[in-house]
Design a protein. Structure first.
Length: 239
């Protein structure tokens, strides 16, 4: 069975003399392993496709339980990102996230499009990379079914003013419930900022301002808790 698909290369492993086995995020099929034969030979047509992070349109066929790369063309090399160290580190952080959360042979087309978009934003607007990363984290965890409760108390359901954000409860906590729940201090502006990051298109996030470090930290802590991982190798290069 052969088909055309878009892929992002998450990882690459050298195989035999000239081949590569690619861990890819496929728009139609989720996380898949793809054999790129002779991709390490000079002038091979698939050499550029088989580079980590590249976004390509490819022709693939399924041989038993292995996908085989036939040919294709690169859509985005992200060359400029590779020349900005911090942007490139965060680009690799996105790849690590995807490799951790994606299941094999599942359709994640919305996440795929969002992932291409953030890589482009990291490349072209590195001055707002902390906003883009926070937006990606909170949008992704919401798509995966863990959207935070920001409109009412996550413990009692009341509509009183938020005093805390509880990671475990999954959202804001009102004053009367603070004795019953632990959490992170939160201000109304922080809640509004998290809402904006969830609801704003990636193209427009570069225009946002005045998002506190506290709001960004809450998003990151919430994200790490619900994906069950906080030790990303890529981030150790800059933190």
């Amino acid at each position: 069975m052969s088909f055309q698909d878009e892929i992002i290369v998450l990882k690459e492993v050298q195989y035999k003399d000239y081949d590569k086995i690619l861990q890819c995020f496929s728009k139609k099929n989720g996380k898949i392993q793809v054999m790129a034969r002779s991709a390490r030979r000079a002038n091979n047509e698939n050499m550029s496709i088989a580079q980590i992070m590249n976004h390509s349109l490819v022709n693939i066929y399924l041989n038993k339980d292995m996908y085989i790369l036939t040919n294709g063309s690169v859509i985005n090399h992200f060359y400029e990102m590779r020349n900005n160290y911090e942007s490139y580190v965060y680009g690799n952080y996105v790849l690590e996230i995807l490799n951790h959360v994606l299941q094999e042979n599942e359709n994640y087309s919305k996440i795929f499009d969002m992932s291409v978009k953030i890589l482009l934003m990291l490349e072209h607007h590195p001055e707002k990379m902390n906003y883009f990363i926070a937006a990606y984290e909170i949008k992704l965890i919401s798509i995966l079914g863990y959207k935070p409760e920001l409109d009412s108390c996550s413990h009692c359901g009341g509509n009183e003013k938020a005093f805390l954000f509880s990671i475990e409860e999954g959202g804001i906590v009102c004053k009367k419930c603070t004795a019953l729940q632990s959490g992170l201090s939160v201000a109304p502006d922080d809640i509004a900022a998290i809402r904006r990051l969830i609801g704003t298109r990636f193209d427009d996030i570069k225009d946002l301002n005045h998002i506190s470090n506290r709001a960004l930290s809450i998003i990151n802590a919430y994200f790490n808790h619900y994906i069950g991982k906080d030790n990303f190798k890529s981030l150790k290069l800059i933190r």
